[in-house]
Structure formats: structure tokens, C-alpha cells
Design a protein around this ligand. Structure first.
Ligand code: ARG
Length: 627
């Protein structure tokens, strides 16, 4: 075995900031001046640099450049020859172990183990784990969660809440300013349902004793009186007298009817009280909760302004914004064909979801002046957002970048929208209870199993066990939600999400606990591995692979943040956990052959634990010290 030994002990402060932890950026930096000599126009260099990517097959190297084929075509040369010429022009450096040309002109790049080791050591000395804060920080407003408050939180709000929270944490860690805003549905038709229920079916004593519970009961009761249970079309009330009565209650509320407004004010605290315990339990804190009702007083002004600027027009007593083609479809046939125009004031004077969202854009811009506004809302609202973004730009909000960060649905194992209890929508509280319960059961089984096999397992109190189950159960739900590409639907399965093998939150929490267990077992204080990290000795491919994987942390976070794709982070964690297992299986840590080797491996273990902990934290997932 070859042994690479890196540096002498240096001061941690000296290590920090002296290296760039972004491997890919570092590799591209070396190629940039070389490519400049090969392309006719230096402006094209970045395009070619983009063609340097992590190698798909680790046997070929760590990174691979495949620009030679394109460049050769431009220059009328053979790709392998051109690749060789580029390689020959690379300046001497201490980054690459080997640079080889293969097949039709691929350039395979293998990094030097001692260079990697030096970078990892610097990463260990950095409290930010080698992740530099953004050079030009941006200001984001993130609109997420947004439940309709008069009913219990259900599974539909889970994804927006979890993905939004992860993006807030990630962008903040990368040094951006982030303002989270919960656009509560606190003014919609669901209040008509509560008002109707309260007026006709309330249990006075129950309301006094526990308004939250009584309102939840009334909501479900009145929904049960509707003719079609799942009907989302608020307007279709013609042959449904209860629904029509609810609609009238909503209309009265919006028109300022004193009785309904007073009741709304009385209900609101109870409605918010229904949400609070769940947000607390899943560890989500949203900076603001300016719900739809907050914008109500601004709506007439929005419509007036849009009419005055000629963006909106009156049509049959209503006010509409023509669609992109400037068309207001009149006949049924036209309505089918054309994108709908946006209705911002109905014939009866009522304002719409669109009007409120336009008022929201104006308010947020004037109050916070963000560079970017993100809307973490399901794909079904894609047309709505596309439309309001276009309208906002015409209205003058061109400097702001608008993004609909959309996501697919949660499906049941039958591939239909996820439901529990014969057909009812799954309430979030129940779903979390179930995950935590199952986590506890699994934990107790594995605990008994380990004990039966003679493992030395500590006696844990019931409180500690419950805390572990809470972290594992909720972590499993969040991880499952974040680990697929958000734009796809996914199937909700307790079994899969709580599996102790595979790309699950449970497995990552387990890998973290394993790192911690080594330090407990050896009775080693980890502080010195962070303040004055020892040298890293690379003797085995597993050590080298782990160094490489650890160093990809920064580039992973950056791509996850640019594309708003948290599953890049879970994918990274999955690779990290596998690579860590490789070290574990191949290289003894506490019983390593020499003290230097033992220190070096302990550093790798500690750093792996820290990276898992940080990555999970950025996803809003808690870790526990032992499992
Ligand atoms: N309350 C809405 C719903 O449940 C989501 C709100 C999304 N945010 C927004 N600004 N429209 O469908």
C-alpha cells in the first residue's frame, strides 16, 4: 500500500479559508486558461467547462471532460488528438494524479489522494464544513405551507411545508437573506362552512370548553351534508341547498356583515391554534403568516389600478385581465380553446384568489423588495402562477424573479391520492402519530434483537426512547418527501420510509449514530478533530473514496439551491452513507495499525458525522446521538 502523508500539524485558522472546497470548480479553474487557447472566442470557454462533470464510472476517474468531441469538430481535428493536445497544455499542478485520454476523446481525471486529504483536513477545521457563503447574497421571499385554516391540516399541505422549510434552511445556510411567508387561506369558502355550522349546529358547551375541537367537528359535519363530498367547485351550488347557504355566509363575510365578521374574528385564534401544535412538532417555524384576509382591504385598490393602467378591462359587469393573447373568450368554444383570462372581480363584486395574489406581490415588493419570490405550491396550480407572474410583470414588477417551485402529489399504495380512514383525507396529525408509533415499535424490536444477540445495549428510559421515535418517525416522513424529485408524485409507505437499509431518513440517522458510537466506545473527545485536525493518511481506496465524497458537500448544496431541488442533498447523503460503510467494512478505526492511522480515520468518521448532521439539519431532520 502506498501511504500519503499530508503536511505537519498546522494551526486550524491557517487551514481555514486557504482552500476552495468546491472540487468541480477547482478542476474547471485548471482547464479554463488552457481552453482559452483552443477556442476562437474566449466567451465560449464556460460552455466547454460545463462539459467537465463528475465521472459516471469511478473506475475511469473522479471527473471526466467530454468537450474534445465538440471542440474537434469546430477545429476540424480528430477528437483524441485534440484531447491529447489539451492535456499536454495543462500546466503542472498538484491536483491531478493522472489525466488520460480514452475512447473517442474523453479526458479522465483522477485527483491526487494527498491533495484530497489536505482539502478534507481543511474542511474539518472549518465550522461551515467547507461551504463558503454566497459572494453576492440574494434576498428571497418564500411562500410555503399556506393551509386553509378552518380545517385540520391534511396531507396535501405536508409537501409544501417540508420542501419550503428545506429551501429556507438551505438558502439561509448559503448566506442568502430569506423571508418565509405562510400565505394562509384564512378568508375563503371554508369560513362559510364554519359560519353555517356554528349558526345551525353548534354545541354551545363544547364550543366554550374547546373551540378548536368544536370547529373541527362542525367543519366535518357540514361537509358531510354536501351532496357531493369531494366537490371543490365552490360556485356549483345550484341544487345543493346547504352548500348554497355556506356560499351566502362567505359572501356576507366578505361584504363586511358585522355578525359574520365578529364570528370570523372569534374563530381565527381557534383556527390558528389547530395548526400550532403540528408546526411545533415537526420543527417548522415560518417568519410571517400574512394570510389572504390581510390583503382584503387592498383588493379594491388593485382592481382600480389595473383598470386605470389598462391591464384589466370590464366585461359583462366583471373585471378581467385578458390572457396572453389579449383575448377574452366569449363563446363556450372559445373558452375551451383559449387560456382563460384572469377574473379579478366577479359580477357580484367578490374578489378572487388571483386578485389576492396580485395584492400579495405588490405588498411583498414594497415591504421587502426581494430579488426572488418562490412559491412552493403543488403542480395543479401551475397555470395560476404562470398567469399571475405574467400579469405582475405587465403591472411593473419586472425586476423581481418569480418561480413556481412545484411538486407532485402524495399517492397511496393503490396509486390513488393518499387517503386514510375510509375515504377521508389523511389528517397530518394522525399521519405523524402513526409514523412515530411505528418508529417506536421498530426501535423496540431492534433493541430486543440486539440484546438477544449479546450486543452491549444501554438501558434507555421511556422518555429517551420516545424522543428517538419522534425524531425517527418524523424524519422518515420528511426524508421520504424530499428524496424524490419534487416534481414527481410519490407513494406514501410507512414500511419503505422507516426501512433501516436504503435511501431513507432512518438509515441516515443510523449512520450518524454509528459515527457517534465510535467516539463513545473509544471514550474519545472529538474536539481536537475539529480545532487542530490531525493529518489524513490515505492507505486504502475506501479512505480515498470517502475523502472525495465528503468534499462534494459544497457543490451539492449549491446545485440543490440553484435548482430548488432538495433531493440532490438526499442523493448525496445516500452516496456518503454507502461510502462510509465502505470505510467501516474495510478499515479498522479504533484498532487501526498505527496511532496516525487511527487519528486519520477518527477524523474521517467525525467529519462524516458532522456532514450527515448538517445535511439532515438543512432538510429539517433531527439526529439522535444513539439509536
Ligand atoms: N391556500 C392555498 C391552497 O391551499 C395555497 C396558497 C399558495 N400561495 C399563494 N400565494 N397562492 O391551495
Amino acid at each position: 500500500t502506498r501511504v500519503y502523508r499530508v503536511g505537519l500539524l498546522v494551526d486550524a485558522a491557517e487551514l481555514r479559508g486557504c482552500v476552495d472546497m468546491n472540487l468541480l470548480a477547482e478542476v474547471r479553474k485548471l482547464f479554463a486558461p488552457v481552453l482559452a487557447g483552443f477556442v476562437p472566442d474566449p466567451a465560449q470557454v464556460p460552455d466547454y467547462l460545463d462539459m467537465i462533470k463528475p465521472a459516471a464510472n469511478a473506475d475511469h476517474g473522479d471527473y471526466q471532460a467530454n468537450f474534445a468531441m465538440r471542440l474537434a469538430k469546430v477545429q476540424g481535428k480528430k477528437p483524441p488528438e485534440l484531447a491529447k493536445a489539451v492535456v499536454a497544455a495543462l500546466p503542472p499542478n498538484d491536483v491531478f494524479e493522472s489525466v488520460t485520454v480514452a475512447g473517442p476523446g474523453f479526458i479522465n481525471l483522477k485527483l491526487k489522494a494527498d491533495w484530497l486529504a489536505a482539502q478534507v483536513r481543511a474542511m474539518a477545521a472549518d465550522a461551515r464544513l467547507g461551504v463558503a457563503p454566497a459572494e453576492s447574497p440574494r434576498k428571497y421571499v418564500i411562500d410555503y405551507s399556506g393551509p386553509n385554516v378552518a380545517k385540520p391540516l391534511h396531507v396535501g399541505h405536508l409537501r409544501s411545508t417540508i420542501i419550503g422549510d428545506a429551501l429556507v434552511r438551505l438558502l439561509r445556510f448559503l448566506g442568502h437573506e430569506v423571508i418565509g411567508d405562510n400565505h394562509l387561506g384564512d378568508w375563503g369558502t371554508q369560513f362559510g362552512i364554519l359560519l353555517y355550522g356554528y349558526k345551525n349546529h353548534r354545541d354551545e358547551a363544547a364550543f366554550h370548553a374547546d373551540p378548536v375541537r368544536e370547529l373541527a367537528r362542525l367543519y366535518i359535519l357540514v361537509r358531510g351534508l354536501f351532496k357531493k363530498e369531494d366537490d371543490e367547485d365552490d360556485e356549483a351550488t345550484a341544487d345543493d341547498p346547504v352548500k348554497e347557504a355556506c356560499r351566502l355566509e362567505t359572501a356576507k363575510l366578505h361584504a363586511g356583515d358585522p355578525e359574520n365578521v365578529a364570528l370570523w374574528k372569534q374563530f381565527m385564534p381557534a383556527c390558528l391554534e389547530m395548526l400550532r401544535p403540528i408546526y411545533d412538532r415537526i420543527g417548522v417555524k415560518i417568519d410571517h403568516a400574512l394570510g389572504e384576509s390581510f390583503y382584503n382591504p387592498m383588493l379594491p385598490g388593485v382592481v382600480e389600478d389595473m383598470l386605470a393602467k389598462g391591464i384589466a378591462v370590464e366585461s359583462h359587469g366583471a373585471v378581467v385581465i385578458p390572457n396572453a393573447k389579449g383575448v377574452i373568450p366569449k363563446t363556450e368554444e372559445e373558452q375551451q380553446k383559449e387560456e382563460p383570462p384572469a377574473l379579478i372581480r366577479k359580477r357580484d363584486g367578490a374578489y378572487t384568489y388571483t386578485t389576492t395574489d396580485l395584492a400579495t406581490i405588490k405588498y411583498r415588493t414594497e415591504t421587502w423588495c426581494p430579488n426572488t419570490m418562490l412559491y412552493v405550491v403543488d403542480t395543479r396550480q401551475a397555470l395560476h402562477f404562470k398567469t399571475i407572474f405574467a400579469q405582475a410583470r405587465r403591472w411593473g414588477y419586472e425586476a423581481t424573479e418569480f418561480q413556481h417551485v412545484m411538486f407532485g402529489s402524495i399517492l397511496g399504495e393503490d396509486r390513488k391520492p393518499f387517503q386514510t380512514r375510509k375515504g377521508g383525507v389523511a389528517e397530518l396529525g394522525d399521519l405523524i402519530d402513526m409514523a412515530v408509533q411505528l418508529a417506536l415499535k421498530k426501535y423496540e424490536e431492534s433493541y430486543a434483537d440486539r440484546k438477544a444477540h449479546g450486543h452491549d445495549v444501554p438501558e434507555l428510559t421511556d422518555d429517551v426512547k420516545r424522543d428517538i421515535a419522534e425524531a425517527v418517525g418524523i424524519g422518515a416522513v420528511k426524508y421520504a418527501d424530499l428524496s424524490g424529485n419534487r416534481t414527481s408524485d410519490y407513494i406514501f409507505s410507512y414500511d419503505k420510509m422507516l426501512a433501516t437499509e436504503g435511501n431513507t431518513g432512518t438509515y441516515m440517522q443510523y449512520a450518524y449514530a454509528r459515527c457517534r458510537a465510535i467516539f463513545r466506545k473509544g471514550q474519545i473527545d472529538e474536539t481536537r478533530f475539529r480545532t487542530t485536525p490531525p493529518a489524513i493518511v490515505v492507505t486504502h481506496p475506501a479512505e480515498r473514496a470517502l475523502c472525495l465524497q465528503l468534499l462534494k458537500f459544497e457543490e451539492t448544496l449549491q446545485s440543490a439551491a440553484t435548482e430548488y431541488l432538495p433531493h440532490y442533498v438526499t442523493g448525496y447523503l445516500w452516496d456518503l452513507a454507502k461510502t462510509f460503510s465502505g470505510l467501516f467494512e474495510n478499515c479498522p478505526v479504533l484498532t487501526a495499525e498505527t496511532p496516525e492511522l487511527r487519528d486519520s480515520r477518527l477524523l474521517l468518521v467525525d467529519l462524516t458525522g458532522r456532514v450527515i448532521h448538517k445535511a439532515l439539519d438543512l432538510l429539517g431532520i433531527r439526529t439522535v446521538e444513539r439509536m
